[in-house]
Design a protein around this ligand. Structure first.
Ligand code: MG
Length: 406
């Protein structure tokens, strides 16, 4: 029996080339030059995740055999006794993805091959067409259509509607305020406009981002039915999932759910009862590739497709993991894609490439992605987050801009 390859070092790398804090885990091994990368990005609590990795997981993992991903995943999940929270799941994901990356490198195979091989040559993506007016959204939709995109998410104003029209009481603290009725009315107007303007040969999507009361979300789902959405995303909050049964009875608009889920008991009832059409978890927040692939298989049995969360607050390593699962999953639906800057592609060589509406993986062993640690350090350290709002926001001439578009 050959000597096992063991873990010699586990560390987090914090970097924010696009001003969004990213958490990447690097696992080094007893094999010279052999290492793996994983995504543990929970932007809004990134230091807590880094602590969980460096202080709690790393000491446990040193000396472990890199081959035993399943055993390591299960043990790390329960050895803190309390489990399935977003901080510990993200920490575990960083380790899990890095071990899959290492396993691929040892095997000389891309991770999608380890997961069963390609079920498709490329993964269709959707991108976000936003705008402050109907015309601006339409222009952005047409821009993406010219680039060959087949799926486009449309939003009029920020999440929950147009920020400049939102009224808050005098003396209200800084924060996010919404006009749910105005937002719901405008969203129907938006899809009436866009569907009539661009025709039927393009798939349209929308993200409610949990901004409506449950019954208002049900009504929006019904009112959007004539515009044949590919899906309506996060129409309800995780706390209101029982309302999906009502929504299902009232409307045939396909439903995508799950980017805030952390615990299997959040998705199981929705899948078992066929209450959603697409599962779209943030893969690092459920614990990485190991649980995501199991979830994809579970969904396949119930006719539910995947649409993993893919905004700017997933690191390129996490996007690569999404893509390897997409390519190897029979029940892949669509992949959210944020569009990396040139800088982020420099920091993360091997970032997947979008061409004509499809995302492609390179054929390198493992996840096929690396990190330029020197460049990452230039954008490293701690990054200010507006805790009162909870997202990294930048102030510009137009007021608050949501940087972590998801
Ligand atoms: Mg979303």
């Amino acid at each position: 029996m050959s000597k096992p390859i063991t873990i010699t070092n586990v560390r987090t790398i914090l970097t924010a080339p696009e001003t969004i804090p990213l958490v990447v885990v690097k696992i080094e091994t007893s094999e010279p030059g052999l290492y793996g990368l994983g995504c543990a990005t929970f932007t809004q609590r990134y230091l807590a995740v880094a602590t969980a990795i460096d202080q709690y997981l790393a000491p446990y993992l040193i000396g472990k055999d890199v081959a035993n991903i399943e055993d390591i995943w299960q043990t790390c999940q329960v050895n803190g006794y309390w489990r399935n929270g977003p901080i510990t799941n993200n920490a575990l994901s960083g380790v899990d993805m890095a071990l899959w990356d290492i396993k691929g490198k040892v095997a000389g195979m891309p991770v999608y091959d380890l997961l069963g091989g390609k079920a498709r040559a490329g993964a269709a993506v959707y991108r976000h067409a936003d705008g402050k007016s109907l015309t601006e959204v339409e222009e952005n939709v047409r821009k993406y259509m010219e680039q060959g995109l087949l799926y486009i998410r449309c939003q009029w104003g920020g999440y929950g509607g147009r920020i400049d029209q939102i009224k808050a009481p005098e003396g209200a603290p800084e924060g996010a305020y919404f006009d749910p009725h105005g937002y719901a009315r405008n969203t129907v107007k938006l899809f009436d406009h866009i569907r009539n303007a661009v025709g039927d040969d393009i798939e349209l999507l929308h993200d409610v981002h949990e901004r409506l009361a449950p019954i208002e979300a049900v009504r929006l789902s019904k009112n959007l039915e004539p515009y044949r959405l590919f899906f309506l995303e996060d129409a309800l909050s995780p706390e209101a999932v029982d309302w999906f049964a009502v929504m299902r009875q009232q409307s045939a608009t396909p439903i995508a759910m799950g980017e805030l889920f952390t615990h299997p008991q959040e998705w199981l009832p929705l899948i078992q009862n066929r209450l959603i059409d697409f599962i779209r978890c943030h893969i690092s927040t459920i614990g990485g590739i190991t649980p995501a692939k199991k979830l994809a298989h579970l969904c396949e049995a119930f006719g539910i497709r995947t649409a993993w969360h893919g905004p700017g607050d997933v690191s390129p390593v996490g996007h690569a993991a999404n893509l390897h699962i997409d390519l190897s999953s029979y029940n892949f639906g669509v992949q959210e894609w944020w569009g990396p800057s040139d800088l982020i592609k420099e920091v993360f060589p091997g970032t997947p490439e979008l061409r004509g509406g499809y995302l492609y993986a390179n054929d390198k062993p493992g996840l096929g992605i690396d990190i330029d640690e020197k460049l990452a350090a230039k954008y490293g350290g701690t990054i200010d987050i507006n805790i009162s709002i909870g997202y990294p926001f930048l102030h510009n001439d137009e007021g608050l801009t949501d940087k972590a578009k998801n």
